[in-house]
Write a protein that binds this ligand. Structure first.
Ligand SMILES: [Zn+2]
Length: 212
């Protein structure tokens, strides 16, 4: 990462959804998702402050295609809060698929934010659920801890990392996405759309391999 990104005490790494279901063999695998694990382990060791996020749905969650008769995964429905992509059942609370990848090793992580827990609202962002009004509480945690620069890594680049990064900017944080520590799903060009959108929001994309 560049000189401007030298890591300090006011910086936090948010590790997004590095869970079994989002890795190959899981219910909603992000291609090559497991490749981020060693990169993130090394990256996290450079941060004093680390937060983990965990998609954590009740059974029969609104975002599951199986909850909508006649629909299949990757269809889009009109939710009260806007379009909602439907997914295979994934990250069901207390299931093996919802656990963190077994090789993820960040013992100094101070907080786990669980999201997508409301039965009728999905949550891509780790700051707000998809209705854009229900907060997870993460903004308050970061502010109370005096953390002002947010670095994001994890799964998937074009969904939960993207929306978390854009919400962090809206909340007034400086935001950096460590892009080589992310992998994307790429639904209908969503990776390219994410890069453009992040740039438009003033989110810098970095590489973990650049020296700090
Ligand atoms: Zn989910």
């Amino acid at each position: 990462m560049s000189e401007a990104a030298t890591i300090g005490g006011n910086d936090v790494l948010i590790v997004v959804d590095v869970q079994n279901d989002f890795c190959p063999g899981g219910a909603l695998p992000v291609p090559h998702g497991e490749e981020v694990v060693p990169i993130i382990n090394r990256l996290a060791a450079r941060f004093r402050n680390v937060v983990l996020t965990q998609d954590w749905h009740p059974r029969g969650h609104f975002s599951f295609a199986s909850s909508h008769p006649g629909k299949k995964p990757y269809d889009t429905i009109a939710a009260a809060y806007g379009p909602q992509v439907l997914w295979p059942d994934h990250c069901v609370q207390d299931s093996a698929g919802a656990q963190f990848h077994p090789a993820l090793h960040i013992p100094h992580a101070a907080l786990i934010i669980r999201k997508g827990m409301a039965a009728t609202i999905d949550s891509y962002s780790t700051f707000y659920e998809n209705d854009r009004t229900t907060p997870t509480g993460l903004t308050g945690y970061l502010r109370e801890r005096g953390l002002s620069r947010v670095f994001l890594a994890g799964l998937a680049f074009d969904f939960c990392v993207r929306y978390s990064a854009e919400d962090a900017r809206r909340e007034g944080f400086a935001v950096f996405v460590v892009e080589d520590a992310c992998r994307g799903i790429d639904v209908d060009g969503s990776v390219a759309a994410t890069r453009a959108s992040l740039a438009g929001h003033g989110v810098a994309c970095l590489s973990a391999r650049e020296p700090v």
